[in-house]
Design a protein around this ligand. Structure first.
Ligand code: SAH
Ligand code: DHB
Ligand code: MG
Length: 232
């Protein structure tokens, strides 16, 4: 696999710009900071969205006014808090997390944010929880954030479309991976998963999508945004 490491000087420059905008736009607050501190103290990997990306999730939710949000991949609940803060007061968020340990950390972080009445954490492998949500009639979800294991992204996309409605917005994180996404022959199962999802999106006439590359404190990556169109 071709490695495209980002030079340290690049990451430093990108981080400095993140810091400039974080300070100017006040993306940090004590509750979100506490979620990061507690997640790190509990030994969770530091792979949550950046503060500026979290605020994008929040602003997209605010603008889209979802009654229901679905998140696949909770970790310590950092992106969950950003998304849930974008909900109207009667809106709900369901987030799926395989690791009971991660879910415990997230539960405490979400409670500290005062969002426990709007957020439901479902613990288990997403491919087991998603059919349960369907049979419970938990949808339709107006907004979906896919951010769990990358090899299952194609299945997560299928479920997201199934649980969505025309007008729903589907977001997927980590769709660039330092540029590795363009390697058609990649043996990296993460890259393969993202590419298979992308090909399914391209084939699906009910989805209109874009992908935005990002750089910042977390390096070079990107997210995909798809809108579910009305059935023809
Ligand atoms: N959305 C979070 C980051 C999620 S990291 C944020 O930005 O704050 C990815 C998470 O997906 C990890 O917590 C991992 O345990 C979880 N995960 C991995 N495989 C999973 C699966 N099969 N089902 C559900 N969750 C899974
Ligand atoms: C990584 C980053 C993520 O945002 C994620 O969801 C999974 C893994 C990473 O940098 O390894
Ligand atoms: Mg991610």
């Amino acid at each position: 696999m071709t490695q495209r490491p980002s030079a340290p000087s690049d990451v430093e420059a990108w981080s400095a710009v993140d810091q400039y905008y974080d300070a100017l736009l006040k993306t940090a607050d004590p509750i979100l900071e506490a979620a990061l501190v507690e997640s790190k103290a509990a030994g969770l990997p530091e792979i949550q969205v950046s503060p500026l990306q979290g605020k994008l999730l929040y602003l997209l939710a605010k603008a889209h006014r979802p009654q229901r949000i679905l998140e696949i991949g909770t970790l310590g609940g950092y992106s969950t808090i950003w998304l849930a803060r974008g909900l109207p007061s009667d809106g709900r968020l369901v987030t799926i997390e395989h690791s009971a340990r991660h879910a415990d950390v997230a539960r405490a972080n979400i409670a500290r944010a005062g969002l426990e009445h709007q957020v439901e954490i479902r613990v288990g492998p997403a491919l087991e929880v998603l059919p349960l949500l369907e049979s419970e009639g938990a949808g339709p979800f107006d907004m979906v954030f896919i951010d769990a294991d990358k090899p299952s992204y194609p299945e997560y996309l299928d479920w997201s479309v199934k649980l969505a409605r025309p007008g729903s917005v589907i977001l997927a994180d980590n769709v660039v991976r330092r540029g590795d996404v363009i390697e058609a022959q990649s043996e990296d199962v993460n890259v393969q998963g993202i590419r298979r999802m992308n090909e399914a999106i391209a084939r699906n006439p009910r989805l209109s999508a874009t992908a935005i590359q990002t750089v910042g404190a977390k390096g070079h990556d990107g997210f995909l945004l798809a809108l579910v169109l009305p059935a023809q």
